[in-house]
Design a protein around this ligand. Structure first.
Ligand SMILES: [Zn+2]
Length: 90
């Protein structure tokens, strides 16, 4: 039961980032996610590939991603560029 939920979450994250984040990285699974430590004094920023992120959630399902520097909770940074108009819409 739980394994099924994990699979769905991992799949959704992977597909989501492949779909929305593939402008920078063309190779599937190598898209980069940006993270920032929520502790103001730390402010550490770091990056994970979708693959690394998926691997983390496989092991730490439901847990927040820890800051590699201080261990505090990290928050995903979504600094997507302004949406570009779809070319030749239907
Ligand atoms: Zn930190």
């Amino acid at each position: 039961m739980k394994a099924g939920i994990v699979a769905v979450v991992v799949l959704a994250v992977t597909i989501g980032w492949w779909y929305f984040g593939n402008s920078d990285a063309g190779v599937e699974g190598s898209a980069i996610t940006a993270w920032k430590c929520t502790k103001p004094e730390c402010g550490q920023t770091f990056h994970l590939t979708v693959k690394q992120l998926s691997d983390f959630y496989k092991v730490h399902y439901g847990e927040p991603l820890p800051c590699p520097k201080c261990g505090s909770r990290a928050q995903r940074v979504t600094n997507r560029p302004a949406a570009t108009a779809p070319a030749g819409g239907m």
